[in-house]
Write a protein that binds this ligand. Sequence first.
Ligand code: NAD
Ligand code: MG
Length: 392
Amino acid sequence: MQMISLLGATGSIGVSTLDVIARHPDKYAIYALTAYTQVDKLAEQCQQFNPKFAVVGDAVSAERLQVKLRACGCDTEALYGLEALCQVASDAAVDTVMAAIVGAAGLVPTLAAVKAGKKILLANKEALVMAGGLFMQAVADSGSVLLPIDSEHNAIFQCLPSDYGRSADNGVKKLLLSASGGPFRGWTLEQMQRVTPDQACAHPNWSMGRKISVDSATLMNKGLELIEACWLFAVPERSIDVIVHPQSIIHSLVQYSDGSVLAQLGNPDMRTPIAHALAWPQRIDSGVANLDLFNIARLDFEQPDMQAFPSLAIARAAAQAGANAAAIMNAANEVAVQAFLDQRIGFTQIAEIVEQTLNNQTVCEPESLEAVQESDSEARLYSSTLIKSLEK
Ligand code: NAD
Ligand code: MG
């Protein structure tokens, strides 16, 4: 029996993870479920999965949750705050941690799980983007098993040789990162100026949380994923090409020196990478329908439009710059995406704010977690001020 802590249980990845787990009660049990403010949804999940702990963002929510849990006869204990998140992520009783909190908020609890040597199922790409060097060092030090949930990275992981990382001569030439192109594929910058949050969140192939949906629309999601891939697979950014593939059936590919290209295909449903990582190196049923290639009929490929989607070039530059550049970029992006969702700035201003923040902040090597967090805070402050000045 694998004992699991699921961080971000009420989100899109969290719900898909519970769907897979519910299909295999003989293999997986839940130690803790966490959420931020969605007390009602978390209480329902606790009733179904009966975890030892449930963690929320603050004391008031925890109190409300505890009352609800008692009322339905559920003996889950409600906790709150960052310390509790770290505790359920690192407890000796836990084997596996699904890191599915969105954004920088996931970094500290995910690192706590890494340091405790847990098997990590990583959906929270922002944690790796912010603190890749420290994160991968912590993985190496603790011997933690790190498995990618992001569909592209999970696909690459499946296409790499099993001794990748242990053998220098593996014949891997390039990683080809799939991108759907998002809801505005084929649009010009001018056309994107007045799009609404709901338009940006209406992804053609994937149903996801609002932050990652906006990132997919700007292509910053692909930029974050480029940096995520550099850390996960220890390759420089120039070894990764981005391929726009609108059907989202090929989730990514690995090109080898002999001309072979291996790809992983599947329906666009996150339960496949989740089930893959949960059961790895075995395979389990995920609930995903069989891929019907006759129905799909064709697969298309395009170059990304670098003019219309400047975020991709910004992310490549941040990957090249290294040090704390990606942490600055990530923080400014989180602030700008939230401002766009709150209808305080326009869609195309997201990339402008990220770029200006990067140009203004000092790039230096972060030697500690505190240094990463300082870069994150300074970039948030700068980009927030920038947004206020734009609103006037
Ligand atoms: P979501 O917004 O649907 O869910 C986010 C979860 O994090 C919720 O449970 C929420 O309660 C929790 N949370 C939010 N802020 C928090 C905070 N400050 N402290 C503690 N918990 C907090 O997001 P999602 O779409 O499930 O994405 C989660 C992560 O997975 C993101 O990093 C995203 O980039 C990544 N990811 C998602 C998908 C997808 O299909 N949704 C695919 C690949 C990667
Ligand atoms: Mg992805």
